[in-house]
Design a protein around this ligand. Sequence first.
Ligand SMILES: CSCCC(=O)C(=O)COP(=O)(O)O
Ligand SMILES: [Mg+2]
Length: 227
Amino acid sequence: MIRAIVTDIEGTTSDIRFVHNILFPYARQHLPDFVRDNAQQPDVAAALQSVREEAGQPQADLAGVTDILLGFMDQDRKSTGLKALQGMIWRDGYVNGNFTGHLYPDVLPALTRWKAQGIELYVYSSGSVAAQKLLFGYSDEGDITGLFSGYFDTHVGAKREVAAYRTIAAEIGQPAEQLLFLSDIHQELDAAAEAGWQTLQLLRGEADSESRHRQVTDFFQINPESI
Ligand SMILES: CSCCC(=O)C(=O)COP(=O)(O)O
Ligand SMILES: [Mg+2]
């Protein structure tokens, strides 16, 4: 019996093209000014220092750390410091109405149904918890953050690491076999399965013949009672 569902965002609840064609370019465009204007704020300073350490350049000046961040963006590196800064930059974009968080049309009805069935809903994304709350708070369907009982980001570990799923299970407080992870990336599902979780792969685009996980093309095909 599934007690909680944990969902990925990019490629699962939301179109990869929204993240890569809207969010990432917005963050890239505003990053230099944001770093220059906010570097003294404690949360920004902490994220910048984390990026410097991750790059092995603890003394990098603001121009240097900005270059490091632009390089991390080019690599789509799931850096906790970069992700924190992206979330801070996206806030203005959401609040000013430049964009809303993309949701596939099947997502809200399914989440609402599962919640009504007594299943707790959580998010696990490489995007920071703040960025997750913005995407769902300013979504195409309005503020749907009330559906979620909690959010996890790379502070619990990377999404391809088994330990991250053990940590999340402990925080949710349910046995791993009663947790269902939804993701488009089979390597993330491999890690969750190794931690004892149930898994389902969302195929929103291309097929994935290397995957050993059950596959669906939308949330409507998911019945937690039959897993
Ligand atoms: C929170 S929306 C932005 C998502 C993001 O920054 C990202 O890197 C995608 O990560 P995911 O783990 O959702 O695939
Ligand atoms: Mg994904």
